[in-house]
Design a protein around this ligand. Structure first.
Ligand code: KIV
Ligand code: ZN
Length: 553
């Protein structure tokens, strides 16, 4: 894995779980990170940057879990091939580097990625270091990292605004100290393609020893040029691209994986380069990341947006009917955008259902599989056409269930133009007691959430709620996502996350009834919050008298 790949191969380094997860509000739980990492392995990425282990104990544990399992075990649905490199980010300090190594060392192919800012503005105002001090620190820390691990990547942060001669000096130092990959970040998304291409070409021509290492590009999208810049860097000689699914990331985001991969694929005669990505997995992976992070993909987003393959105008439709190539440069099935019809139907057995889930990469077993199968049967009765996207949604909401302090027994809403939207919710509580509450709200979902709040009494604040259809059609499953934050100041939150700490929990559910999907998604988020706090506030003794309670069967 350490030898440089073929000159016509571009390594895909995915940083969705590190730079992507730094997007405001995109925080994932450890379980969700593992789920996304497995999907990335299935997609065929070469490197997974799993996190920044020194950032928090949670980050450390998540990176460690990914290193020890993804690519260590058999990832369902992933063709047998070498496991991906698992990478941890570290600042140029011994503590960060040691922590990153401790987190990734369980991987079959571990990598430490260490970075140090090199631009004048960062040197003077952030680091308060001279050029000489920057070079000396890079030398010392890359050598230290190399004493722990063979595969070291070094990034001169804000390379896009660094004086070229100084950049060459830092890069030569990093190569001499043992770095195998030199990543060139345009940290603030400042450059334009001609400049960024020239920056990489300058590095190819001027840095001693560059022929022995891989040049990588890492572009941010502040001026909307991340993909164009990354491709310009690749044309100039870079052979690794650092990217995220859906282009999520700090501020305006990072280079989008699907755009770079499909540009290389669609324009192969021009680039003459290939990647190891299974492009048919792109839309599924995009949906998973969008659902788990709560970051909605704009409909006109290239490759994975809902309208990316839709033809609305009559002239276009006419052309398409005559020859698809008139208006289509990629086939939707090449990126997994066409919904494969499931050959199973409502008479299918559990065995065939489980086998299809495995092919799709979902390792459900035992009680979770039984539960998903029951839901599949109910869905098959309601919905004419069941697609792989429906199965993904069913399996993912099963995976998201986790420990359930409260489960839904029944929900009923009244809403419309007359009267106040009202919801009655009956939950099965932690002691198996039934707890019922009714509430009014500005709409049916608001009323449901208020009724649940009364029952669960979790120290939480709702941050986001969204609902999207999984497939097209009036009978489609609705996928609800909810994001809640544990209320600061609550003694239980402080005990877990420190005073002022903010823990964010996501909930998901997919149902044909969007009110039920929303109810279950909200409960899912609150159950996760309670599980993280290791407690639930409600016991049968605390059930208020104005609620009807009884025993669940
Ligand atoms: O944008 C950036 O400079 C980074 C580095 C840590 C590589 O994300
Ligand atoms: Zn970045």
């Amino acid at each position: 894995m350490l030898e440089r790949p073929n000159p016509d191969y571009v390594r895909i380094f995915d940083t969705t779980l590190r730079d992507g997860e730094q997007s405001p509000g995109a925080a994932l739980t450890s379980e969700e990170k593992l789920e996304v990492a497995r999907a990335l392995a299935r997609l065929g990425v070469d490197v997974i940057e799993a996190g920044f282990p020194c950032a928090s104990p949670d980050d450390f544990e998540a990176v460690k879990a990914i290193a020890e399992s993804v690519g260590r075990d058999e990832t369902p649905g992933r063709p047998s091939q070498e496991p991906p490199i698992i990478c941890g980010l570290a600042r140029c300090t011994e503590k960060d580097i040691q922590t990153a190594y401790d987190a990734v060392k369980g991987a079959k192919h571990p990598r430490i990625h260490t970075f140090l800012a090199t631009s004048p503005i960062h040197r003077e105002h952030k680091l308060r270091m001279t050029k000489e001090e920057v070079v000396a620190r890079a030398q010392k820390m890359v050598s230290f990292a190399r004493s722990l691990c063979d595969d070291i990547e070094f990034s001169p942060e804000d390379a896009g605004r660094t004086e070229p001669d100084f950049l060459y000096q830092v890069l030569e130092t990093a190569i001499a100290a043992g770095a195998r990959t030199l990543n060139i970040p345009d940290t603030v998304g400042y450059t334009i393609p001609e400049e960024f291409g020239a920056l990489i070409a300058g590095i190819v021509s001027n840095v001693r020893g560059i022929e022995n290492v891989t040049i990588s590009v890492h572009c941010h999208n502040d001026l909307g040029m991340a993909t164009a810049n990354a491709l310009a860097g690749i044309r100039a000689g870079a052979r690794q691209a650092e990217v995220t699914i859906n282009g999520i990331g700090e501020r305006a985001g990072n280079t989008s994986l699907e755009e770079v991969v499909m540009a290389l694929e669609t324009r192969r005669p021009l680039f003459k380069l290939k990647t190891g990505i299974d492009t048919t997995q792109l839309v599924r992976t995009s949906k998973l990341v969008s659902q788990r992070t709560g970051m909605v993909v704009q409909p006109n987003k290239a490759i994975v947006g809902a309208n990316a393959f839709a033809h609305e105008s009559g002239i276009h439709q006419d052309g398409m009917l005559k020859n698809q190539e008139t208006y289509e440069i990629m086939r939707p099935e090449a990126v997994g955008a066409s919904n494969t019809l499931l050959v199973l139907g409502k008479h299918s057995g559990r065995h065939g259902f489980a086998a299809r889930l495995r092919e799709l990469g979902h390792a459900l077993e035992g009680e979770a599989l039984d539960h998903a199968f029951k839901r599949f049967k109910v869905l098959a009765d309601k919905k004419k056409r069941i697609t792989d996207a429906d199965l993904d949604a069913l399996a993912s909401s099963e995976t998201a269930r986790g420990h359930e302090f409260f489960t839904l027994d029944a929900v009923q809403v009244t809403c419309g133009t007359n009267g106040m939207p009202t919801a009655t919710v009956r939950l099965v509580g932690p002691d198996k007691q039934l707890i019922t509450h009714a509430a009014v709200g500005t709409g049916p979902v608001h009323a449901v959430f208020r009724a649940i709040d009364e029952i669960v009494a979790a120290p939480s604040e709702l941050l986001e709620y969204s609902i999207n259809n999984v497939t097209e059609g009036i009978d489609a499953l609705g996928h609800a996502s909810v994001r809640v934050r544990a209320a600061q100041g609550d003694p239980r939150v402080n005990a877990q996350h420190g005073a002022g700490g903010s823990a964010i929990f996501n909930g998901h559910s997919a149902e044909t009834d969007v009110v039920v999907a929303s109810t279950k998604a909200y409960l899912n988020a609150l159950n996760r919050l309670l599980a993280a706090l290791g407690t639930h506030p409600r016991t049968s003794e605390q059930t208020p008298s104005h609620e009807t309670s009884g025993a669940a069967e």
